[in-house]
Design a protein around this ligand. Structure first.
Ligand code: URA
Length: 436
């Protein structure tokens, strides 16, 4: 088979066969297919697309480039429980994973959560957890098995054995303007989730300015692709389209998001708790732990309010080497005041996310160090009323950097004299037969 013939076929809008896709991915991992040939392939797919069958084949080929996490065999490790996970396409202030993973673990599910780091304005779960002193995110597969057996949950980075083809291809896509391709995103996400050997996956596809998919149409396209390809590859997948035109919850940053997660695990209400419970309930129903969404929600609320979920979070943190002090320390605080009274009508999410990155709370390029103590607390949501001079946000950063970013953040929200409707959190659900 000639690589150039396959590239020509895709370039001209043809459909690649299974052996052709496997040839490309295997060759890329061995080094026989070069980086420039793979760049051409990624660009051809970004422009021409792939049908669901091709995308499923690409996903399986990327999965096969690595190993599967093993399932306990009933021997040394404890008996089998359904294995589930949630994946979010990423958004501002999205700390759902920190709460959802231990919460599901206290509902008799195993949650082997392979997470990523932040690049750009949406933070990464691993970076947030590394705000906790000593917390480790890199483990070998047998260590992960043990943490899962002991805690029912881990949140860790991918080992080099998990879909290595994706690790290589993602780095290439990042520098060839081919990240925003639905088939490539689908194969990238699902190859890693399939490697965790799951029984069910829920995808949280964020829609809006602060998310990866800016419009409902693009988000729906991705959600449909994830549900279809997940199903074809043997991983029952649902997808929720959720609002990302404002930060999710109050905290944006690293340590500050861990602090908010702990508050929620200790019983605080609000949109993060609500969304976490909805996504968890979907998984509880699909794994037959609960009969319907209503009883699932009640079970989840009880597991939070009784303190069980918080205890499990602490156990996971300790198993991963962390020492949780509460609250985690933050940089000096600087209030951003409402210039007049009015209803919050709009957030400039890019300005909020970029401020955290520029202050050192996120990465501009792979490998940058993170200042975990930088962050922003947003004191309201779209539709909330503020009096003149009431704090709308609190910025945490060094005193020397504060003036510049207080100005940026003062311009990052609008107040309207007219009443403003609040925005719905969940926009649509896909792949869910009948949960209610
Ligand atoms: N997240 C991933 O893991 N892969 C993508 O391609 C995009 C988001």
């Amino acid at each position: 088979m000639l690589v150039t013939a396959l590239l020509r076929k895709k370039r001209d809008g043809g459909t690649l066969q299974r052996d052709e896709i496997e040839f490309l991915i295997d060759g890329y991992c061995r080094g026989d297919v070069t980086e420039y040939q793979m760049s051409a392939f990624a660009m051809a797919v970004a422009i021409r697309g792939m049908d669901p069958g091709e995308t499923a084949t690409l996903t399986r080929a990327m999965l096969a480039s690595g190993k599967l996490l093993q399932r306990p065999d009933g021997g040394e490790l404890k008996t089998e429980r359904p294995r589930v996970d949630k994946h979010s396409t990423g958004g501002l202030g999205d700390k759902v994973s920190l709460i959802l993973a231990p919460l599901l673990a206290v509902c008799d599910l195993d949650v082997p959560m392979i997470s990523g780091r932040g690049l750009g304005s949406t933070g990464g779960t691993l970076d947030k957890l590394e705000s906790i002193a000593g917390f480790q995110t890199h483990f070998e597969a047998d260590q992960l098995d043990r943490i899962l057996a002991d805690c029912g949950v881990f949140i860790a980075g991918a080992t080099q054995h998990i879909a290595p083809a994706d690790q290589k291809l993602y780095a290439l896509r990042d520098v060839t303007a081919t990240v925003e391709s639905v088939p490539l995103i689908t194969a990238s996400i699902l190859s890693k989730k399939l490697a965790a050997n799951l029984d069910a996956l829920v995808m949280d596809v964020k829609v809006g300015d602060a998310g990866f998919m800016k419009t409902p149409e693009r988000a729906l396209e991705l959600a449909k692709s994830l549900v279809s390809v997940g199903g074809q590859a043997g991983l029952p997948t649902t997808a929720w389209l959720t609002d990302m035109d404002q930060p999710l919850g109050e905290a944006v940053g690293n340590a500050i998001e861990v602090n908010e997660s702990v508050e929620i695990l200790r019983g605080a209400g609000g949109p993060v708790r609500d969304l976490t419970i909805e996504l968890c309930a979907d998984l509880l129903v699909r794994t037959n732990v609960a009969d319907d969404m209503e009883s699932a929600r009640a079970m989840l609320a009880q597991r939070i309010d009784s303190g069980l979920a918080m205890e499990r979070f602490e156990r996971m943190v300790a198993a991963q080497g962390g020492k949780l002090t509460q609250p985690l320390p933050l940089a000096a605080s600087h209030p951003i005041l409402a210039p007049r009274q009015g209803y919050l009508s709009h957030f400039d999410c890019a300005a909020i996310g970029d401020s955290v990155v520029c202050l050192g709370g996120g990465r501009r390029k792979v490998g940058d160090r993170i200042d975990h103590q930088v962050g922003i607390r947003v004191h309201g949501r779209v539709g909330d009323f503020f009096e003149k001079s009431q704090p709308v946000m609190t910025l945490h950063c060094s005193v020397t950097q504060a003036d510049e970013y207080i100005k940026v953040l003062a311009d990052s929200f609008d107040l309207s004299s007219e009443r403003v409707e609040s925005r719905p959190l969940v926009l649509e659900r896909l792949g869910i037969p009948s949960l209610e």
